[in-house]
Design a protein around this ligand. Sequence first.
Ligand code: CAA
Length: 286
Amino acid sequence: MTDAENSRIGILGCGLMGRGIAEVAATSGFGVTVREVSSEALETGLAALRASMDRSVKRGKLEPEAAEAAFARIGGTTDLADLKGCDLVIEAIVENLDAKVSAFVALDGLLDRSAILATNTSSLTVTQLAAATARPDRFIGMHFFNPVPAMKLVEIVGTLMVSDETMTRARTFAEAIGKEPIVCRDNSGFIVNRLLVPYLLDCVRAHENGVGSLEDIDAGMRLGCGHPMGPFALLDFIGLDTILSIGHIMFEEYRETRFAPPPLLKQMVQAGRLGRKSGQGFYNYG
Ligand code: CAA
């Protein structure tokens, strides 16, 4: 799987995360097959992937020929059976347990015995997905960050059942696509979200309590702490529905108030203000 030319990576889902993973794998020389549920979703995803590569070319980070070659390494499909022959399949579909389990059960029956299954889940436990397959020793969490081409981190999440060899293969693959892996236990939120989510929820509480305006809290964390984005810009960037759902799952797991979503966040989601993706969140995106 470190040998890009002789390895094929499958990606389930061509949304924000799936296409980002496909992009970095293809630009690193891997053959990639991306599977979406409908041809419309596949077309939209691949067009966005192409636009992201073009953006890298414009910024002088990727040669035009390299972008062409990388794009040619990506195949799109709506048929799960086309993932047969992949050495590693990374799932990045909707954050829904039933949908993920049924995809993994189908993949488990399709792939070679040696192939690894990976999930990019951000809040479900890897264990419950691994346990649904007949290859829990070759099942791992690989959690990427948005925007995938720009964020260097991958959390490699091991379970009680995963083999050392699978851990090593996943780490080596992450390094081969230019990422820096860190290893963590299968606890809800892993390392980053366990620390990031309570911080973001606390910022919403601070604003609810009248501590400062959105702009001032954002400026405080950018200018005072050197964060690339203030918390409200980041909340809008991640998606308020996503943070709400992660908060619910983490609160369920730990029963600690720091993970409990505050009323304002719930109301924002109920009002359809989901952040950048809906055109309005804490800020307005026209
Ligand atoms: N795709 C590819 N590359 C991108 C990109 C994108 N969508 N957006 C930015 N970049 C790259 C740029 O090419 C640029 O790289 P170089 O410096 O090498 O040229 C770099 O990122 C900086 O970009 P810009 O100058 O255009 O913009 P910026 O300085 O405003 O940075 C940002 C944009 C990278 C998104 C930055 O604001 C940032 O790091 N924000 C924090 C993002 C973050 O915290 N992500 C994690 C979210 S949590 C998560 O994903 C996990 C979860 O489970 C919820």
